[in-house]
Write a protein that binds this ligand. Sequence first.
Ligand code: HEM
Length: 144
Amino acid sequence: MNFVPPQGPPQTSAPKLYPILGEENIRKLLYFHYKNLSESEIKNLFPQEEEQIKISADKNADFFIQVLGGPPYFSQKYGAPMMRARHLKFPITYQARNVWLDCFFRAIEQLKKELGEDSGFTKEIEDSFKDFLRSFSEWMVNTQ
Ligand code: HEM
């Protein structure tokens, strides 16, 4: 059977988290995520050396800052996002996507611990951010 990729980008849009978290915390979140990835069962797809982890985390953070309502760093530095196209050179299965998502959700927990109670990062915003991550990451799946 041929693999049928998801049709078009997800409809779920990212919540405007930038005003709540700010740039530094979004960078921290992506650092946690990349650190988790580097120790995960899909680590071979990702950098494992500390300096490279930081570089990839920062590039990813540029994208997330942009979609979460901050300055368009990613487009300014690297051009049109074209995220699905940028991922085509990596074989991404549903299973790998689930591991990726798990690394991200754990990064959210790690960040929340640092933020404390009154950060404005409410359960509602967290849920909508997770919905965005679920649908957007599904769009990256390109291999059965
Ligand atoms: C919400 C979903 C995702 C977003 C927003 C995202 C974002 C990005 C960005 C901005 C880059 C850098 C692109 C570039 O170098 O030009 C990247 C690279 C990459 N992504 Fe994703 N990604 C997502 C999901 C995934 C998933 C599910 C996988 C695999 C399981 C994956 C694997 C990779 C790999 C292997 C790279 C290149 C290595 C590196 O991180 O430097 N991504 N991603």
